[in-house]
Design a protein around this ligand. Structure first.
Ligand code: TYD
Ligand code: MG
Length: 487
């Protein structure tokens, strides 16, 4: 039990929440239950699936909703099923903007009241930070928000709020790891948004297992989904995923929630991509890009930040993967006169591979770099760890060495071997999508034998084929020509 005096609770002596709520805001009346919800009392037993909450009128062994076996149970204590009309609960006018354009986009147009969103990502990726930005924005528009954190103390969250320049007194906060306390606080306060950080940190005393275990995660998620539907509260839950993208057991939560958002990127670099997964209320596959900096997350347009756009010698477009998406990133190279000992400098690129690509360019493609100082970088400092950027690195170096820019509207994809062979890269579909977004109509790429051909791909087996524009054109003026892809 929490023994210290609850803060921020009304002083009129009415029943208190079971959690201390800090920095109370003036509560606005938020109509929490959509008008289309009409409860009609019926004395009969309702059966529901513990995994996806699908309700059925009689007991069955297998849930018709999610297909799981043995998850159907009589809904305890409630013999009343809510009878609804079919007015679309996620219709446009019900959606609430989060104030973050990219987040609105991946949500399908904003937050839907009574929906449950899972924000999943590796530890340290920025889930708590994004959550705080979201809470600050919604609170700023007069919507009551309650943040419950079992991960961080009141002091830690307050310090983060200061760092993010969030007016601390606008967001209500409750520390808590105990599910009944969280539910009690939400029932009492009825916020527009209940944010839970994280699902792994809260515990249902009625369920077995340790916090973060499959049984606990399932029980807590189930209770929160029930709360959202019953009170019409939007709930956002953060969840830690492992390196292979799993969340406390096989897809435990995905059945239960309405929307799954994946927050991905490299924890060391500032780049983050928020990708929409499952979405009951919108299209899947939307994404938004952010940069983590001193003042928190800043949304940016990946198209302009990573792709300056000028067609200049020494710049070639790569399509590296970031999480499950690809992005068009300009690779830049500079070949300078050597002063002192031979050096190679790289920013955003793997230094060792940059060195190797310079050697491959000389040996396998016959482009002489001589005794020169080489510089390689990615636009925006994007960490391009993906080996499939090799071909763009070679192209940027060849372009810098010859003074000829690569053909217009062309991107390069493929890992390059020491012998100059270009390997095919996985994820061609997202890479082609990124190419399209960047206005590229040709992707010079290594292709696996027998693979399905795409009209935009110009298949190459060797770097010399990929660099024909530089090798043949050496000493010639750039004619601005475009490559055309083989059908
Ligand atoms: P956090 O939101 O705590 O990640 P998660 O909740 O997913 O575990 O973010 C953690 C990282 O973000 C941490 O390494 C510090 C960094 N960070 C910044 O760089 N700038 C900031 O303004 C904030 C708040 C965090
Ligand atoms: Mg966190």
């Amino acid at each position: 039990m929490i023994s210290h005096r609850p803060r921020g609770i009304r002083a009129d002596g009415r029943s208190r929440t079971r959690l201390p709520i800090a920095s109370d805001t003036t509560r606005r009346a938020v109509s929490s239950v959509p008008a289309s919800f009409v409860a009609v009392a019926r004395a009969r037993t309702i059966y529901a699936c513990a995994a996806c909450r699908q309700q059925v009128s009689r007991w069955v062994g297998r849930c018709p909703g999610c297909g799981e076996w043995g998850t159907i149970d009589a809904a305890t204590g409630a013999a009343v099923a809510p009878i609804l009309t079919l007015a679309d609960p996620a219709s446009r006018q019900d959606r609430v903007s989060t104030g973050i354009a990219g987040l609105d986009r991946v949500l399908g147009g904003g937050l839907v009241p009574a929906s449950v969103v899972l924000l999943a990502g590796e530890p340290g990726i920025g889930k708590s930070t994004l959550l705080l930005h979201l809470l600050a924005n919604l609170s700023g528009t007069g919507r009551d928000c309650l943040l419950v954190s079992g991960e961080e103390s009141h002091g830690q969250v307050a310090a983060r709020a200061r760092r993010l320049d969030v007016a601390g007194d606008t967001v209500a906060f409750a520390p808590g790891r105990d599910l009944p306390g969280v539910i009690g606080a939400a029932r009492e306060r009825r916020p527009f948004l209940l944010a839970i950080d994280s699902i792994q940190a809260i515990r249902d005393p009625a369920a077995p297992g340790v916090p973060g275990g499959v049984a606990q995660v399932r029980a807590c998620a189930d209770a929160l989904v029930g709360l959202a539907k019953e009170l019409g509260i939007a709930v956002v839950i953060t969840g830690h995923v492992t390196k292979d993208g799993d969340l406390a057991g096989p897809r435990t939560l995905e059945h239960a929630v309405d929307v799954v958002l994946l927050f991905e990127g490299d924890a060391r670099s500032g780049m983050r991509v928020l990708a929409g997964g499952k979405n009951r209320f919108g299209t899947e596959g939307e994404s938004a890009w952010f940069e983590m900096g001193a003042g928190g997350l800043r949304e940016f347009d990946a198209a302009s930040a990573l792709r300056p756009g000028e067609r200049v010698p020494g710049a070639a477009l790569a399509l590296p993967m970031a999480g499950r998406r690809a992005v068009a990133v300009e690779i830049q190279a500079l070949v300078g006169p050597l002063e002192g000992s031979a050096r190679r400098h790289s920013t955003g690129l793997d230094a060792r591979r940059f060195h190797l690509m310079a050697a491959v360019l000389e040996r396998a493609a016959g482009v002489h770099l001589g005794r020169s100082e080489l510089f390689g970088a990615t636009a925006g400092g994007f960490r391009a760890d993906d080996p499939a950027v090799d071909l763009a690195v070679v192209a940027a170096l060849a372009s810098a060495a010859t003074g000829l820019p690569p053909p217009a509207g062309t991107a390069f994809v493929g890992e390059v071997s020491l012998t100059g062979l270009v390997r095919s890269a996985p994820g061609m579909e997202p890479r082609l999508a990124a190419a399209t977004g960047a206005g590229c109509d040709v992707v010079v790429a290594g292709v696996a034998p027998g693979s399905r051909s795409d009209g935009r791909v110009l298949p190459v087996r060797h770097v010399s084929e990929a660099l024909a524009w530089a090798i043949r054109g050496r000493g010639r003026r750039d004619d601005g020509g475009r490559l055309s892809a083989a059908g």
